[in-house]
Design a protein around this ligand. Structure first.
Ligand code: ADP
Length: 165
């Protein structure tokens, strides 16, 4: 059984992430979407909120689970009995950091392989950050995230009152 881990911030999950999850689920026996707690980043949504949103979006995919982790990704991957890390590549701008991360993870654990799935052109400009920026300014994020994620974003920004700043 081939188990793959798809790690990321998912703050929040977009249709670009979901596309990678679906395609990974078609290739691997089991996919664990792993929300990482990155102490360097101040997320908009808590770890629990991000996990819940991903779980809802991927509920129809029977071989996808959602989890979260702190610390080294390679250790989490080992603990889950996985050997594959899945990442998405949108543009050349993603390449450098993905390349560096893949090489570093290989140095940390040579038994773990990174598999990169190339984004669909229609999602290649899509990131959680740009979605947050548009939502914070009251722009239309339809077609970029699901309705439930859009609602969460609207609620969060209404709460913060960011539109009026
Ligand atoms: P991180 O902070 O680890 O980059 P993200 O949630 O931003 O977390 O992204 C997780 C992974 O998903 C990364 O490999 C990223 O390149 C990929 N990804 C993000 N958005 C898209 C998209 N629109 N299409 C394909 N892959 C994507």
């Amino acid at each position: 059984m081939t188990i793959a881990v798809y790690p990321g911030s998912f703050d929040p999950i977009t249709y670009g992430h979901l596309d990678i999850i679906e395609r990974a689920a078609a290739v691997f026996d089991r996919v664990i979407v792993a929300v990482c707690l990155n102490p360097g980043k101040q997320p908009l949504f808590t770890m629990e909120e991000r996990v819940e949103m991903i779980a809802r979006e991927s509920a129809r995919l029977p071989n996808v689970d959602v989890n979260c982790f702190k610390g080294l990704l390679t250790e989490f991957v080992k603990r889950e009995d996985a050997r594959i890390i899945v990442r998405g590549l949108r543009a050349i701008s993603d390449f450098e950091s993905e390349f560096q991360m893949a090489l570093m993870n290989r140095k940390l654990d040579p038994e773990i392989e990174t598999v990169v799935l190339v984004a669909q052109p229609k999602y290649s400009y899509l990131s959680s950050s740009i979605v947050k920026e548009i939502a914070s300014l009251g722009g239309d994020i339809g077609g970029l995230v699901s309705d439930q994620v859009a609602r969460h974003l609207q609620e969060r920004f209404a709460l913060h009152g960011l539109r009026d700043e």
